[in-house]
Write a protein that binds this ligand. Structure first.
Ligand code: HEM
Ligand SMILES: *[C@@H]1O[C@H](CO)[C@@H](O)[C@H](O)[C@H]1NC(C)=O
Ligand SMILES: *[C@@H]1O[C@H](CO)[C@@H](O)[C@H](O)[C@H]1NC(C)=O
Ligand SMILES: *[C@@H]1O[C@H](CO)[C@@H](O)[C@H](O)[C@H]1NC(C)=O
Length: 313
């Protein structure tokens, strides 16, 4: 009995000592004002441009899907590597870098060289969702920043809008996320915009697009040329709500990949649930975000605390 308890203590201690576990109070001594500083920086940016909330949420997602949440997406190209910013999904599309740089500068002023860019990006994504009316969740902290980045890893890991449901499910499974995580997290498309080139094929080639919605989009996004932005949720693009799921049921998804979640298959029932139950959507979205933001963090003595998010120290 005694040795059993001893073993339990040893295992718990070992997990903590290795630093593998993120914790909400990681900076409570070293940077007690971190949370209000990030929250204020996000509020300032979103007051100026509400869409920035969507951009910050997506930036975090694209960071985490490429070798974990290690702020690799923030690194500019160097002579040693080509970074993630020019990967297919990010080039001329990922945005919010300046906002993170500004928040990082405020954090550095208050607590020099302690807080990682990866943690700042994670907090900024959460605060953006809350600012736009979505759910709040606890953010575990203690991630460290990568010393490298990879365009080719970004190209092979970030899902694109032409994927089938099966391909989307496989992509998320490769990152440890379930089918219900896929559906709930796709609800992130309740905010933000997409470029014409990303939904052109959907509105011209797919059969499952509501007629008046198709017509209106075709008027804005011609078969070739123009690359205007359109809202992913055509009703409330700067409000975090469950209308994205209602849109899927009325065949008014902007992206092919969105409509794949509701086209007569196994995920239809989850879409129906989130479309009728905001609380269930918010709960599952928050749970999914915690799983997303816990993907392969660098902890302990791995990586570094970057001073400037765009470059390795
Ligand atoms: C399921 C697979 C997903 C695919 C195929 C996908 C694809 C896309 C595409 C093509 C865009 C438009 C980019 C552009 O035209 O510049 C976009 C935007 C966006 N995505 Fe996703 N996405 C996925 C999942 C997610 C997840 C899990 C989240 C967050 C939880 C997310 C959040 C966003 C946001 C907020 C925007 C708007 C960004 C802005 O306005 O700056 N997406 N996504
Ligand atoms: C990124 O976009 C720019 C502007 O459209 C283009 O010139 C460049 O070739 C693109 N880079 C990659 C790697 O696709
Ligand atoms: C429709 O699909 C065809 C065949 O895949 C493709 O060549 C064409 O470019 C698509 N049309 C649009 C507008 O994307
Ligand atoms: C949606 O489902 C219908 C009916 O099964 C099918 O004919 C169609 O090809 C599907 N659409 C897309 C874009 O997958």
């Amino acid at each position: 009995m005694a040795s059993y308890y001893f073993l339990m203590l040893f295992l718990v201690g070992a997990t903590t000592a290795s630093g593998a576990v993120l914790s909400t109070d990681f900076y409570s001594c070293s940077c007690p004002n971190l949370l209000p500083i990030v929250k204020k920086g996000v509020a300032k940016a979103l007051q100026k441009e509400p869409r920035m909330g969507a951009s910050l949420l997506r930036l975090h997602f694209h960071d985490c899907f490429v070798n974990g949440c290690d702020a690799s997406i923030l690194l500019d190209d160097t002579s040693k590597f080509i970074g993630e910013q020019t990967a297919a999904a990010n080039n001329q599309s990922a945005r919010g870098f300046n906002v993170i740089d500004e928040i990082k500068a405020s954090v550095e002023k208050a607590c020099p060289r302690v807080v990682s860019c990866a943690d700042i990006l994670t907090l900024a994504a959460r605060d953006s969702v809350v600012y736009l009316g979505g759910p709040w969740w606890k953010v575990g902290l203690g991630r460290r920043d990568s010393t490298t980045a990879s365009r080719s890893d970004a190209n092979s890991n970030i899902p694109g809008p032409s994927l089938s449901l099966t391909a989307l499910i496989n992509n998320f499974a490769n990152h440890g996320l379930s089918v219900s995580d896929l559906v709930a997290l796709s609800g992130g498309h309740t905010i933000g915009l997409a470029q014409c080139k990303n939904f052109r094929s959907h509105i011209y080639n797919d059969s499952n697009v509501e007629a008046s919605y198709r017509k209106s989009l075709q008027g804005k996004c011609p078969k070739s040329g123009s690359n205007l932005h359109e809202p992913l949720d055509h009703q409330t693009p700067i409000h975090f709500d469950n209308l994205y799921f209602k849109n899927l049921i009325s065949k008014k998804a902007l992206l092919h990949s969105d409509q794949e979640l509701f086209n007569g298959s196994s995920t239809d029932s989850l879409v129906r649930k989130y479309a009728t139950n905001t609380a269930a959507f918010f709960q599952d979205f928050a749970k999914g975000m915690v799983k997303l933001s816990n993907i392969k963090p660098l902890t302990g003595s791995k990586g570094q605390i970057r001073i400037t998010c765009g470059k390795v120290n």
